[in-house]
Design a protein around this ligand. Structure first.
Ligand SMILES: O=C(O)CCC(=O)C(=O)O
Length: 359
């Protein structure tokens, strides 16, 4: 059977053909849509569904729907389990592993890092005084507030003296214009490696092996810097040392409710309240909001979507080195899939489809 005419079908028609329960259902739904060219008969739909390519696509679609059903059920359990715990007592390594790491649950640890030198001494003026004449690399030109600076970091790299950077981030209106981020790998610059000595060494579930600077990322920026919605492929710990940040988290198990534009990134802009409402109300995503203050830290478990916004001038560190018997990583070549690898499936009451072209 020649199926080349399918090239002229709309995405809606193709979704019905591939995603409907049975060829009969497909025929009924297609005829209720009204055909652009001519009505398709039930017999023709039967024949189409017998074509090996369509048959295979229908099989994948069934498997996909089954998986979505499981994710929906698991995310309901997650919702019933409640929001991330906020705890003041540092868990020991065993508790950390059993209660949080192995269950893939985030938690906010209040004040656990307050006594380390970073929480006591780090500030923009400290950075200026100690490293003012050092040249650093930062991300600049991010003011249009989208994820391009993550997807195409080389276009944003700018070299600047530390004292000039500090002058540009202090005491200004909220802006996303410039941000020293993980991409700038400042801890790999020997001039800054002594900063690693200031990090906490007494958290039993964190590796304090500062001989591997790649395990730590520094983030310094003004109020208003945004790291757009994305997920990591392993669990990380984010510690706040100066200022405060808002963290929005969506469970990993809700992968199917978040538009995934490319790789680990979503194009959804959660600084837009309408988008935030729509992922909650239309797609049913559970979005949890936490605030990080100096001395606080949050575990962002593998796969959890997160959006982070600085509420004030802010300095924080992401810790990638967790002290675990075995660390689990989400292995997939995310970057091979090209754009729009995943969009939430439309629901009957769906009012909005996330528009991938509008970051
Ligand atoms: O603090 C930030 O702006 C981003 C941190 C983050 O998303 C990460 O380390 O994965």
């Amino acid at each position: 059977m020649d199926i080349s005419f399918l090239a002229n079908w709309s995405p809606e028609q193709l979704e019905i053909l591939i995603g409907s329960e049975s060829p009969d259902d497909a025929a009924k739904m297609l005829s209720s849509l009204g055909e652009p060219q001519r009505a398709i008969t039930a017999g023709e739909v039967q024949d189409l569904c017998g074509h090996p390519l369509v048959e295979y696509a229908r099989k994948l679609s069934r498997a996909h729907r089954k998986m979505i059903g499981l994710l929906d059920a698991l995310s309901e359990l997650q919702r019933l389990a409640g929001p991330p715990e906020i705890i003041a007592q540092t868990p020991n390594r065993e508790q950390f592993i059993q209660r949080y790491y192995l269950t893939n649950r985030p938690f906010l640890l209040k004040g656990a890092m307050s006594s380390c030198a970073a929480a006591k001494t780090w500030s923009p003026s400290f950075l200026k005084e100690r490293y003012g004449e050092e040249e650093i690399e930062v991300m600049m030109g991010r003011e249009n507030n989208n994820i391009t600076s993550e997807l195409d970091p080389d276009n944003y790299r700018t070299r600047i003296k530390m004292k000039e950077f500090v002058a540009r981030i202090e005491g200004r209106e909220p802006t996303n214009e410039l941000y020293l981020t993980a991409h700038n790998r400042i801890f790999e610059n020997p001039a800054f490696s002594d900063l690693l000595d200031d990090l906490p060494k007494d958290l039993p579930f964190l590796s304090s092996d500062t001989t591997r600077p790649k395990l730590f990322n520094l983030w310094v920026g003004p109020a208003g810097t945004i790291t757009h919605l994305h997920h990591d492929t392993a669990s990380v710990f984010v510690g706040q040392f100066f200022g405060s940040k808002k963290v929005l988290l969506v469970p990993a198990i809700e992968l199917h409710r978040i538009s995934n534009m490319i790789g680990v990134y979503s194009s959804l802009n959660l600084s837009d309240p309408v988008t935030l409402d729509s992922i909650r109300e239309v797609y049913g995503a559970n979005v949890y909001e936490l605030t990080l203050e100096p001395g606080d830290a949050v575990l962002i478990p593998m796969g959890w979507w997160h959006y982070i916004e600085a509420l004030t001038t802010s300095i924080s560190v992401t810790f990638h080195g967790l002290n675990l018997p075995k660390s689990v990583r989400w292995k997939s070549n995310f970057w091979m899939h090209g754009p729009a690898i995943w969009k939430p499936i439309g629901r009957p009451n769906c009012r909005v489809q996330a528009d991938e072209s509008q970051p």
